[in-house]
Design a protein around this ligand. Structure first.
Ligand SMILES: Cc1ncc(COP(=O)(O)O)c(C=O)c1O
Length: 469
């Protein structure tokens, strides 16, 4: 049976499997209207479905996989830990693997976190919830109990649990849950391709104006602002948007001056993805709390981490002495063992160096050059990113930057065409105003080669042409 294109209105659909699958399943899937290919195996940059169809993972699923699929030594590390000790509760024990990996992660994040500590979770949203509560507790511990608000930015994404959703700006993902969440101020987000300030110098001077919005919001919070949370580089919501010069430095300075904790959300950008251990290093910004997940386990197990500066740990250690928070599965030994094995592989293969797009000859730089070549297409308005995290924004009219009508689902169609060709990308909508605006996120594992990149971008070019038709 042949289906119409409107039925293929979602991302990860392969026609081969689609035509044979029952839409109802005992699994409550993300969409009950679309069939999903059945993934059965992964190796290197490839995933195979049950039909034997091979996909080049050009998006690392959702900017998760960094070391490649099917790495034997990660499976070995997992098995060794399960055989030794599968689980203990953090109220009763700590484990050698947790203590060791926390120390290694503190080294990896660098000097600024010396003397700090790490809190392990099962992923991004749990880590964000942890960071928000930690920021609040810090303020109480230092004698600032009136501070509880967490300020954030529009067009951001910090997770799907209610606390994380409250500080997110992703309109579609929030809309129906808004009556259930406690909202604080959202300030504007610099988006240089569509700058709010009508500038003509590539946002060379807009950073200060965006940053001053935060200062106003802090003042309007009248002593109740506890923290500000931000993604150093925008993830899926805007598609790898880079901040203008001076912006993050000003944000950090403003927060420091007002006693507001700075929380960097590096769920997507951390662990080497942007060609630095953490994206904040591109701008020499030192957050008080840094949250990471995806690349931390590269997807081999659910794992997130909240990396906490000494200042914050000391406040609790010398205050009440206990962090009032916990999950049954925080610091799960098997996930932590995976994280440790992943970090060792990242370091032994110098995958952060491989991802660095500013150095000629790296795969990061090959990806940059290949994606930049798409600018010659009539519908490609912008190509932006760093390292192995890139966004390609589509427009109906290049001169006016007019987006496609949302109902055309342009990015989704590109994604479907790419998928039919065996290429996985991450299509998103809403970059212009939360509804309109189409873009793709490209974030392959760092074991991708220049040949894979050449093939992937070639397929993408054809996929775009098919979506235009
Ligand atoms: C920047 C950012 N923060 C938080 C999250 C939430 O992470 P998770 O989906 O693991 O809960 C995501 C997920 O993509 C993210 O990109």
């Amino acid at each position: 049976m042949t289906r119409t294109s409107s039925e293929f209105d979602n991302r990860f659909v392969a026609e081969s499997t689609v035509t044979r699958q029952d839409l109802r399943s005992p699994v409550l899937r993300r969409s009950l209207r679309k069939p999903y290919p059945v993934a059965v195996r992964g190796e290197g940059v490839y995933i195979w479905d049950a039909d034997g169809k091979r996909y080049l993972d050009f998006s690392g699923s959702a900017a998760v996989n960094f070391i490649g699929h099917g790495v034997r030594e990660i499976a070995d590390a997992m098995l060794e830990q399960v055989r030794q000790l599968e689980f203990v509760h953090t109220s009763q024990f700590t484990t050698p693997v947790t203590e060791e990996f926390a120390a290694e992660l503190l080294d990896f994040v660098g000097e600024h976190f010396r003397g700090g500590a790490v809190y392990f979770t099962c992923g991004g949203s749990e880590s964000i919830e942890t960071a928000l509560k930690l920021a609040r507790q810090y303020q109480v511990e230092i004698g600032q109990p009136t501070r509880y608000q967490v300020l954030s930015r529009s067009q951001s994404y910090h997770g799907s649990t209610l606390g994380a959703l409250a500080v997110s700006g992703n309109r579609k993902r929030r809309e129906i849950y808004l009556p259930m969440v406690r909202e604080f101020a959202h300030v504007g987000i610099p988006y240089c391709y569509r700058c709010d300030f009508d500038c003509a110098d590539g946002c060379r001077n807009c950073g200060q104006q965006y940053a001053s919005e935060l200062e106003r919001a802090i003042e309007e919070a009248k002593g109740e602002a506890a923290a500000f949370i931000f993604e150093p580089m925008s993830g899926a919501t805007l598609g790898a948007v880079i901040p203008p010069p001076g912006y993050l430095e000003s944000i950090a300075e403003i927060c420091g001056r007002h006693g507001v904790l700075l929380i960097a959300d590096e769920v997507m950008t951390g662990m080497g993805r942007t060609g630095r251990n953490f994206a904040v290093e591109h701008w020499q910004v030192a957050p008080d709390i840094l949250v990471t997940a995806n690349g931390l386990s590269s997807g081999y197990t659910p794992l997130g981490a909240v990396i906490v500066s000494k200042k914050v740990v000391d406040a609790i250690a010398t205050g009440s002495g206990a962090f009032l928070h916990g999950f049954t599965y925080n610091a799960h030994p098997v996930s932590v063992a995976v994280g440790r094995a992943v970090l060792r592989r990242v370091q032994s293969l110098d995958l952060v160096g491989a991802a660095d797009s500013s150095i000629a000859g790296t795969v990061g730089s090959a990806l940059k050059t290949a994606l930049e070549s798409l600018r010659d297409l009539d519908v490609v308005g912008d190509v932006r990113g760093l390292g192995l995290l890139w966004g390609v924004e589509f427009v109906q009219d290049k001169k006016s930057k007019r987006p496609f009508p949302p109902e055309r689902n342009f990015a989704g169609r590109v994604g479907q065409s790419a998928l039919r060709r065996g290429l996985l990308v991450y299509p998103m909508q809403g970059c212009v105003d939360g509804v309109a605006g189409d873009h793709l996120l490209i974030a392959p594992p760092a074991v991708v080669t220049a040949e894979h990149i050449g093939w992937g971008v070639e397929q993408l070019r054809v996929a775009v042409a098919e979506a235009v038709r």
